[in-house]
Ligand binder design. Structure first.
Ligand code: NIG
Ligand code: FE
Length: 431
């Protein structure tokens, strides 16, 4: 389908653009996280769903002016006092789920912790019970709504995990829902197998480990249902040894590692993730020197190893009243940081990336520039989309956010809770 061309004019600032004559890095780390290449008073042209051209208003030449300004084929949008940014990349979500968990929310108000609720059979097991009783169609409908809610909040690419199935059939059911979402979604989606989310009560620990490594992973790989394999490596969940065993098998079957690590304790999850060349290790509320050094060493520490992206999920810390991850310490050590929502029914029932930006600035003392890098280029890297997403780059899909009139970029995270996104464009189409 040919989409109409759109020309934005007088953009106050075109943020996070591919710098001219300079290769954009795959991610920004340490001090570079403060860099956010932008063009003030800019234009941007979308043609056939792609970013065709952009630059300074003054640089628009006569030929371009006569071809574009008078053409009835091109819709013109005056963006005076408005910003354009690349869409956010939400690299960590669990949006395929059944029901909701506000009873546990109330339990926490009365003093129970997330771990206490999980030990009583609530938490992930609560969601698993509901998911097992829900049909694939119903799950798909609910997840589809959540996906479009996220897109409306400015998300232009996302990762979605399984992990509420906890049986072979139900994990496959979740992954099939994600596959269907991939097929119909206007935005790019990556799928993650998270069978190792918790241990079901019905079978022994060892039996579940065998199920994961001997049946689930081979089957997920055979049906090509996932890009990554994730493990919740933390106190009360999977040990480092179990994580190692699972990731050894996953790697053998071509599933790359990702981890839930160090949310509840310094679990050893970061190091085991780096050992397996994980593309990202996520949560990181508990981080010591060893964890930081391990991440620093992950930069090309061995052949085929890539940088493991530390991904922070501040809305989870907010919702569960946990310590926030030490973003400043990571950035000042020279590491990159990415941000995601963790959208799920138990620890972060929200897919709002703007709110994540506000929390990152307010509670983790990230600057607005660092937070924007973390939510665009760096989070694109966390799901291997940094070449096409998280940056305004010619000939890539026009996945963009047009803000309302705002005085500065900092005004976005500053105005927490306000919706300052005027329009979202996906593949050049207004959503
Ligand atoms: O990322 N920490 C583990 N998994 C999810 C929460 C899952 C749940 O409570 O349903 C998370 O926070
Ligand atoms: Fe999560």
């Amino acid at each position: 389908m040919k989409t109409k061309s759109t020309l934005f004019l007088n953009i106050k600032s075109l943020v996070q653009v591919e710098a001219q004559n300079q290769k954009t890095p795959s991610f920004r780390a340490g001090k570079q996280m403060q860099d956010l290449p932008s063009i003030e008073n800019a234009f941007l042209l979308i043609e056939n769903g792609k970013i065709k051209e952009f630059g300074r208003m003054e640089e628009m030449n006569d030929e371009q002016k006569s071809a574009w300004l008078d053409s009835s084929e091109i819709e013109k949008i005056d963006a005076t006092d408005k910003f354009i940014l690349p869409s956010f990349v939400d690299s960590h979500t669990h949006i395929v789920y059944a029901g909701s968990r506000e009873t546990e929310f109330e339990d926490r108000i009365h003093g129970l912790t997330y771990e206490e609720i999980a030990k009583r059979g609530g938490g992930i097991l609560n969601s698993a019970k509901r998911l097992q009783q829900t049909s694939e169609e119903e799950l798909y409908e609910a997840a589809y709504q959540r996906l479009f809610e996220m897109i409306g909040f400015g998300t232009g690419a996302a990762e979605i995990k399984s992990g509420y199935g906890l049986t072979l059939e139900d994990e496959l059911k979740m992954l099939r829902v994600i596959r269907k979402l991939k097929e119909v979604s206007p935005i790019k989606i990556k799928a993650t197998f998270l069978g190792a989310h918790t241990f079901p009560k019905e079978i022994s620990r060892e039996s579940y480990m065998n199920l994961l490594t001997q049946k689930m992973i081979p089957q997920v790989a055979a049906e090509n249902l996932a890009d990554y394999c994730d493990v919740f490596c933390d106190r009360g969940f999977f040990t480092v040894e179990e994580t190692d065993r699972i990731l050894n098998v996953a790697t053998k079957y071509g599933l790359k590692a990702k981890l839930h690590a160090n949310e509840l304790d310094t679990s050893g999850g970061v190091q085991i993730g780096v050992k397996h060349g994980a593309r990202s290790v996520d949560h990181l509320e508990h981080m010591g020197e060893d964890e930081i050094n391990s991440l620093l060493n992950s930069v090309n520490s061995a052949k085929n190893y890539s940088q493991t992206m530390p991904t922070l999920l501040p809305s989870t810390a907010f919702f569960l009243r946990l310590e926030y991850a030490p973003a400043r310490k990571l950035i000042e050590s020279g590491l990159p940081v990415s941000l995601a929502t963790d959208y799920n029914p138990g620890s972060s029932p929200s897919g709002n990336m703007s709110f994540v930006l506000s929390l990152a600035c307010i509670h983790m003392q990230m600057t607005p520039e660092e937070a924007l890098n973390a939510a665009t280029l760096n989070s694109a890297y966390a799901i291997e989309l940094e070449k096409t997403h998280g940056i305004i780059c010619k000939n890539t899909d026009a996945n963009l956010i047009l803000t309302k009139k705002i005085p500065s970029l900092a005004f976005l995270p500053y105005s927490f809770g306000s919706n300052l996104i005027e329009q979202v464009f996906v593949g050049g189409n207004r959503i």
